[in-house]
Design a protein around this ligand. Structure first.
Ligand SMILES: [Zn+2]
Length: 276
């Protein structure tokens, strides 16, 4: 059984510093033969916002802040994914450094829409707030694509992330991410900000939904649900990139995050029983 694609970060310190030799091979994004860099599945910038970290997989928990990374992209492509979305999401997600939690995108939204602070569910218009939602879309699709091109080794050898089955979308997303195609109109990226600390303290690897063609990923309080093809019209209206208002949702996701954590704990418990 593969390691479940779930990562939660909790208490710990220290960064892995082991240097690996960069190979020359085909870059997964531009398809050119280049010197590859040690690319991260979940960017280092997220981890830095959680000074204490622990990685969880289905099979094990490890007191480590080492990251899930591999030689997959050339430097320009790695930089492209960073500048086209990743850096923005990193700058806006929950940040646990310092005496108080910072979460710029959520704070910005709640300041403008104070009524939402009392709600467990709401949404605001990205256009009205001047939020560059196309960066959110590029990041979300970039994460799903990265989750689909391979199984990524986790810090807990020999476990790897689940390789997402993207079918034709692996190539379609690649063409969008490299800039050859515009944002695919038959895709929906649903962006949500979590008001609960359980979600704000967690990152989940890209993972499949129980329904085919739907995937999820979340990073420190900003989560995404992605529909690839066959998007129902009512769902399409929720897309933060193509819907006219570019909506972004706000929700208390504690229940969902705790369920995900409990599922993980249950699997780990089952694994221990099997092992003994
Ligand atoms: Zn490249």
């Amino acid at each position: 059984m593969m390691a479940h694609a779930l990562l939660g970060w909790h208490s710990l310190s220290g960064m892995g510093k082991k240097k690996r030799v960069a190979p020359t091979a085909e870059c997964a994004l531009c398809r050119k033969t280049k010197v590859l860099v040690d690319s991260h599945l979940v960017a280092r910038g997220f981890l830095k916002r959680m000074p204490d970290a622990m990685t969880f997989t289905t099979h094990a928990a490890s007191a480590t802040s080492r990251q899930t990374k591999d030689f997959v992209l050339c430097r320009p492509c790695d930089q492209r994914l960073a500048t086209c979305g990743e850096n923005y999401v990193i700058s806006q997600c929950a940040d646990f450094r310092g005496p108080r939690i910072k979460f710029p995108l959520l704070v910005n939204a709640l300041q403008r829409l104070p009524a939402i602070a009392q709600m467990t569910w709401g949404h605001f218009e990205g256009t009205e707030m001047g939020i560059p939602t196309e960066l959110l879309g590029h990041f979300a699709l970039g994460m799903i694509w990265r989750g689909g091109i391979r199984s990524w080794p986790t810090p807990i050898a020999p476990f790897k992330t689940v390789k997402l089955d993207l079918g034709e979308w692996e190539e379609r997303l690649r063409r969008y991410l490299i800039g050859d195609d515009p944002f695919p109109m038959d895709v929906c990226v649903w962006a949500m900000l979590a008001t609960d600390q359980d979600s704000q303290r967690s990152c989940n690897f890209p993972s499949p939904s129980t329904d085919s063609g739907i995937f999820g990923v979340s990073t420190l309080g900003i989560s995404f649900k992605v529909w690839l093809g066959n998007v129902p019209p009512d769902i399409k209206q929720c897309c933060c990139v193509t819907a006219p208002e570019k909506p972004i949702y706000i929700s208390n996701r504690q229940h969902e995050q705790r369920k995900a954590d409990k599922d993980l704990e249950d699997r780990r418990g089952a694994q221990k029983l099997t092992a003994t």
